[in-house]
Design a protein around this ligand. Sequence first.
Ligand SMILES: *[C@@H]1O[C@H](CO)[C@@H](O)[C@H](O)[C@H]1NC(C)=O
Ligand SMILES: *[C@@H]1O[C@H](CO)[C@@H](O)[C@H](O)[C@H]1NC(C)=O
Length: 324
Amino acid sequence: MAHSLNHCFLLSLLLFSFPTVLSLPRKPLFLVPTASPVLEYHRGPLLTNPINVYILYYGHFHLSRKYAIADFFASFLSPNTATPSVQTWWRTALSYTDLSRRPVSNNVSLAGMASDLACSAGKTLTRNQLPLLIKAAMRKQTLPMDPSGLYLILTSDDTIVERFCMSSCGTHGALLLPRPGPKTGVDKTGGRAVWAWVGDPSKQCPGLCAWPYAKPLWGPPSVLMAPGGDVGLAGMVINVATMLVGSATNPYGDGFYEGDPLVPVEASTACPGLYGKDGFAGYPGTLLVDPTTNASFNAYGVGSHIFLLPAIWDPLTRKCKANV
Ligand SMILES: *[C@@H]1O[C@H](CO)[C@@H](O)[C@H](O)[C@H]1NC(C)=O
Ligand SMILES: *[C@@H]1O[C@H](CO)[C@@H](O)[C@H](O)[C@H]1NC(C)=O
């Protein structure tokens, strides 16, 4: 079948594209236990203004997934969700404050979406290409230039991104906004914004980037039922949530983190593989189980959606805090 052949081709590409993987700096894997981290504040700005999320879908995504991700973001400001919720989860992020004691914003919303169905930069991307996709969308005016923007790139399951599945399931950074308007000779940038990227792990590494919903390469075989049975989507939501917390608390590389600034341990990567009470390395913790589908989760959202969201390191207690 063309489909599975294509998949094999992708996997061999994946292996051959990264001959130097062992010498790359390693971000902590989601399954690797760490000693209790202590995140330090490096005195830079946090995302204290409303966080306007813009999604760029790179490659094909089923509409039902786009709705689920939109509902994840709609859950931040909706007053009508059961608890534990996306809002109770984000409360831990609100404990992070900047030098003026302003907290991370509670106003997170989906402000826009664009698609690059044709994968205009190809099916194999370097990390440096990721923010350029955002700038290209701004030039084409499919996404606006918003200094309060968090530009989230989601790449499809057949797109290969440098170091995806090798050392991380996503990454984030900052970008200078292109100068607005026609060339005026005025040498000013349009400010800066933050971007993040997460890949669809369905085919490439569900055991790493959609754990605990898929079997890891090494470790216990028992896996949990994903909400809606969509392992890749559940993994993307976990990793989007992880990047959202990291972006909000360390947007420009001088916020809260521990260790090497190039491979920082951030608010959520500080708590790898931890989702519920009494979790430890290889065990996600006690989660809620949906009685009709058996799906495991720890947050209710709008539109009858349920999500699994990662623990966040709490700056008040200096411990990882899971949502249940
Ligand atoms: C959230 O921020 C947007 C601007 O980005 C604003 O229009 C909206 O009123 C805010 N919502 C709440 C509930 O504060
Ligand atoms: C849920 O789990 C129970 C007990 O293990 C099982 O009997 C039932 O068939 C499962 N339901 C679904 C929808 O998988």
